[in-house]
Design a protein around this ligand. Structure first.
Ligand code: HEM
Length: 426
């Protein structure tokens, strides 16, 4: 068992949070090179923290040894969303997962598919109308927002445009508080953005509680009737589910998909004709451009990860971007190669962590899969697309949710429905 490479530094002065939040990818890359190790330590959020950038380390942390590493109940997520499953541990977390998972699987998921169809059609049908290049990220974020507000709150943009706008705006304000706080490490939770966010949260909670009391159908109705630990649990979880976090993550993946296939007609055609190939394309999209940088835990006792000692009370962060580019598992790790998922990496989806992994992995993966495939198929069936202008700076920013820092513009051209090749599937 070896000591973690690197230095956890002295309290406050040795803290590297700002450097990490500015550019987490370079932060990790530099240290991996310096220490010749994909596991190392630094001071993050003023706590000695092990950084996990290897597939083996991630699997041990999230799967085999997950019981030794806890969610942090004082995490920023608790301040923004209240007590939810995200920051809960032990038996309570197990029971919550059991209850909530039923909302995102089986018949509940099946009953969502018509709405997913209709919202994809409504939000994506006009991409080529202006004849000008469009900012696809914004269009996809609108789609994600319509999806979560319609599905989880029964508020549909076309039926209640004013209420929809009000809630969407409150979600944005709430979100800005979440992202304004972590950089103020030395004066935690103090910023004007943060107090605006708390006001927005209170207004959202009023709307949510009203819905839970009076709306008996759909997701809200099912959530209200679940056995949950206390009376505020349903409203706090609903706040989490409708927050800007999920639309941004969906938009991130759709944007990366669009960019990866932009100008590549052959790959688009294959993705349209072969569901397995589309699946492999989407695996490769989430491998290279995971929406979230990773997740954080606290060591509940001394433990080892990938052969290194992680002392009790150390923070641990898995960095999905770096895990996904571990050359031990993914050859040519920086290349977009969907075929790796039918070759060398066939059957290895469990080595990804875009949606977490193990017993605390994402409970929304099935819903996300259905939604992404529907939206991607819509794009493939109805459009050709390319970057416009062809040369743009596509450098990604990775926090709070990944996307190209300068929003790319894309020209969509409607496919001629009479064209023999693609018309078969239209
Ligand atoms: C592109 C979409 C999404 C991405 C990339 C994503 C990603 C993630 C990740 C990385 C985690 C694990 C965090 C950790 O290890 O600390 C997670 C957990 C979670 N996700 Fe998602 N998620 C997505 C969509 C959704 C949706 C649609 C829902 C439900 C509405 C959802 C609900 C949750 C919940 C409740 C947890 C916490 C589970 C637990 O702590 O036991 N996610 N997600």
């Amino acid at each position: 068992m070896s000591k973690l490479p690197g230095n956890a530094g002295v309290s406050v002065l040795g803290d590297k949070s700002l450097e990490f939040y500015r550019d987490p990818v370079s932060f990790c890359r530099q240290r991996i090179e310096k220490h010749h190790s994909r596991v190392f330590q630094c001071r993050l959020l003023n706590r000695p923290t092990a950084f996990i950038c290897s597939v083996q380390g991630m699997r041990e942390l999230l799967c085999e040894k997950s019981n030794l590493f806890l969610k942090d109940p004082t995490d920023l997520m608790t301040n923004m969303y209240g007590d939810t499953i995200v920051t809960t541990n032990g038996e309570e977390a197990c029971l919550l997962r059991l209850s909530l998972t039923s909302l995102f699987t089986g018949s509940c998921l099946e009953s969502s598919t018509d709405y997913i169809d209709s919202v994809s059609d409504r939000c994506l049908k006009d991409l080529s109308n202006s004849g000008e290049p469009v900012c696809a990220y914004s269009a996809f974020k609108r789609l994600g927002t319509e999806l979560v507000l319609g599905l989880f709150l029964n508020v549909r943009a076309e039926e209640q445009p004013e209420l929809y706008q009000e809630i969407a705006q409150l979600c944005t304000q709430h979100w800005h508080g979440l992202i304004s706080a972590p950089v103020n490490v030395k004066v935690p939770l103090w910023s004007s953005g943060f107090s605006t966010a708390l006001d927005a949260r209170d207004k959202l909670m009023d709307i949510i509680k009203d819905k839970l009391e009076n709306d008996k159908h759909g997701f809200v109705g099912s959530l209200a009737s679940l056995p949950l630990p206390d009376s505020s649990s349903a409203s706090q979880h609903l706040l989490l589910f409708i927050s800007a976090l999920i639309p941004k993550a969906l938009s991130s993946l759709l944007t990366s998909f669009t960019l990866a296939l932009s100008g590549n007609e052959q790959m688009r055609q294959q993705a349209l004709e072969e569901p397995d190939f589309l699946h492999r394309v989407l695996l490769e999209v989430q491998r290279l451009w995971p929406p979230f940088i990773g997740g954080r835990r606290l060591a509940d006792q001394d433990a080892t990860l990938a052969g290194f000692l992680v002392p009790k009370n150390h923070g641990v962060i898995y960095v999905s971007h770096s895990v996904h580019r571990d050359p031990e598992v993914f050859h040519e790790p920086d290349s977009f190669l969907p075929e790796r998922w039918s070759g060398r990496n066939a059957g290895q989806e469990h080595l990804l962590c875009s949606f977490g992994n193990g017993p605390r992995g994402c409970i929304g993966t099935k819903l996300t899969d259905v939604f992404l495939k529907e939206a991607c198929m819509y794009l493939l069936k109805h459009y050709d697309w390319c970057l416009d202008p062809p040369s743009q700076d596509l450098e990604y920013k990775w926090l709070p949710v990944s996307r190209p820092a300068n929003t790319p513009t894309i020209s969509f051209t409607r496919l001629d429905p009479t064209r023999s090749d693609r018309s078969k599937t239209s």
